[in-house]
Design a protein around this ligand. Structure first.
Ligand SMILES: [Ca+2]
Length: 168
């Protein structure tokens, strides 16, 4: 009697684990300089294979794009975060023309259906503190599944500012 109760309990636990395992979740970050193919599609985890380099001269703004896709098989609320401004570089993030800089820097959640994607545009500009000097900064992006916090992704943009022959 006691033994059969245990067996029933064990099989109930196995069934519920099987149910969790069948629901795959996976955020996918991509990064693009707007010229070549985006990097990082179907690559998950560290920034290897999902990094770009962009360069600018003086105080000219330079842009790149961060894509987020739900590669899971059910709807997910995916947390996204990106690097903010510092002494050397200013950054502005927009999505559909709307300024989302504060949300991206603090971290925002995007509800995405399977295969649905969102895109964030980053515009970076060197500050006056870099005047007359070269400067560089790595802008880092991370995404995390709202359903399974072990399912993450990342992407990276190295921004290089070269001093202009003139004032900047
Ligand atoms: Ca990716």
């Amino acid at each position: 009697m006691k033994k059969s109760v245990i067996i029933t309990l064990v099989s109930a636990i196995s069934l519920s684990f099987a149910g969790i395992a069948s629901a795959e979740t996976q955020p996918d970050l991509l990064i693009s300089d707007g010229k070549g193919e985006p990097k990082g599609g179907d690559i998950y985890g560290g920034p290897r294979g999902q990094s770009i380099r962009v360069s600018t001269i003086g105080s000219r703004p330079v842009s790149f794009h961060v894509g987020l896709q739900n590669d899971g098989d059910e709807a997910d609320r995916i947390g996204v975060r990106g690097s903010g401004r510092d002494r050397k570089f200013l950054v502005r993030y927009t999505s559909g023309g709307e300024n989302v800089t504060g949300q991206v820097v603090r971290g925002l959640r995007l509800g995405l259906e399977p295969d649905e994607a969102a895109r964030i545009k980053a515009t970076v500009k060197a500050t006056r503190a870099t005047k007359g000097r070269n400067a560089r900064k790595a802008f880092r992006f991370s995404a995390i599944s709202g359903k399974d916090r072990s399912k993450r992704d990342s992407a990276l943009a190295f921004v290089l500012k070269r001093k202009s022959p003139g004032r900047n």
